[in-house]
Design a protein around this ligand. Structure first.
Ligand code: AN7
Length: 353
């Protein structure tokens, strides 16, 4: 018997809808590090402990793998030969990878021109049928639901309850690492599956202990939870959360209200500045959408909305390598170009005044 880590469905078998005889489709996802932030809290000058749950270190580079291992395992168990999703990129990358692993087909609907290159590359490499639609994620979601009524395919968006089951395990890991729930859990919100899953996970593992306040953050141009109504033309540099009609609307409101939490929006400039801050001050490179949890945490610490002395966990949902184009475009420092000669390299290495 191997003692190596075998993924979430083995690890949390008794707390997930895993049944005997299931062929478990896994890439050994989960078990991601809870990284303490060092420099950002010190520079804030406030008495808080901040952690990043770095979900970008999952096998396909995002938190989606947690839900996908469960959803694809269940789909295969039910005899499904194909899965389908609409996606801003990460769900499609994960679905494609787990379908490849299972030996079944995957169909992914993505908004044309609005997904990060790394994510498109993943879907293509894993052999998904990639359908770019001239519309946004919300159009894709509507189409996927229609297709699934007519064709024998399993939807693996987070409207599939097995996705939420898998994703709740992130909360289990956090509580195990801290020995209790954090005081605040800060999380990006797009389609709102992940905040829903985290709240479920915390409730299941609380054991009578305190639950965290759930703080959900949206991009200012795609912020239905802040305006209180759906957004028809969402727009943000954080393409992963360019979603105007979140599917888990009610469940996310439940999480927010029941935890005495809140939703807040941050603009694209703040998102990119925080992405850069995390990379340059902490060595953590995440994609733009992921940085919003840290942007939100910082704003709420500064304003005093988060109590002094508290422990704050920020979910960092996806890896920065997913979207190199945005990273390169948002950096103003030039990359120096010199002849391949020692003198030129030495001259270039002197800090510019
Ligand atoms: C990096 O891939 O919806 O609120 O289709 O990729 O659970 O939707 C991605 C969502 C945050 C928001 N951060 O999570 C998709 C998709 C990243 C993401 C979110 C997404 P939810």
């Amino acid at each position: 018997m191997t003692t190596a880590y075998q993924g979430l469905l083995h690890r949390y078998r008794d707390r997930l809808p895993v049944v005997d005889g299931m062929r478990i489709i896994t890439l050994c996802e989960g078990n991601t590090p809870l990284i303490p932030l060092l420099n950002i809290p010190r520079e804030l000058g406030k008495d808080v402990t901040m952690y990043v749950k770095f979900e970008g270190l999952n096998p396909t580079g995002s938190f989606k793998d947690r839900g996908m291992t469960m959803a694809v395992t269940q789909a295969v168990h039910e005899g499904s030969r194909a899965i389908i999703c609409a996606s801003t990129g990460n769900t499609s990358a994960s679905a494609a990878a787990y379908a490849a692993r299972a030996g079944i087909r995957s169909f992914v609907l993505i908004p044309e021109g609005k997904i990060a290159m790394g994510k498109l590359a993943q879907a293509m490499m894993h052999g998904a049928i990639v359908i770019q639609i001239q519309g946004n994620f919300d159009d894709g979601m509507r189409l996927v639901k229609e297709v699934a009524t007519k064709a024998p395919v399993t939807i693996v968006n987070s409207i599939n309850p097995y996705r939420i089951q898998g994703q709740k395990t992130a909360s289990f890991e956090i509580v195990e690492a801290l020995g209790r729930a954090p005081d605040y859990h800060c999380i990006p919100v797009g389609n709102a599956g992940n905040i829903t899953a985290h709240w479920l996970g915390y409730r299941e593992c609380a054991n009578g202990g305190a639950l965290p306040v759930m703080a959900g953050y949206q991009a200012a141009g795609a912020a239905p939870f802040i305006s209180g109504q759906m957004v028809d033309q969402p727009e943000t540099v954080a393409t992963a959360i360019r979603i105007g009609h979140p599917q888990s609307w009610d469940a996310a409101w439940d999480a927010s209200r029941a935890s005495n939490g809140w939703f807040a929006a941050h603009d694209d400039a703040t998102i990119l500045a925080t992405q850069k801050l995390l990379a340059s001050k902490e060595g953590i490179f995440c994609e733009p959408a992921s940085a919003i949890s840290v942007a939100g945490a910082i704003a709420d610490i500064r304003s005093g909305r988060s109590r002094a002395g508290s422990t704050i966990v920020c979910t960092v949902t996806g890896h920065g390598l997913k979207d190199p184009d945005t990273a390169i475009a948002s950096n103003t420092a030039p990359v120096l170009k010199v002849p391949a000669a020692l003198d030129d390299v030495r001259r270039a290495s002197v800090e510019p005044l």
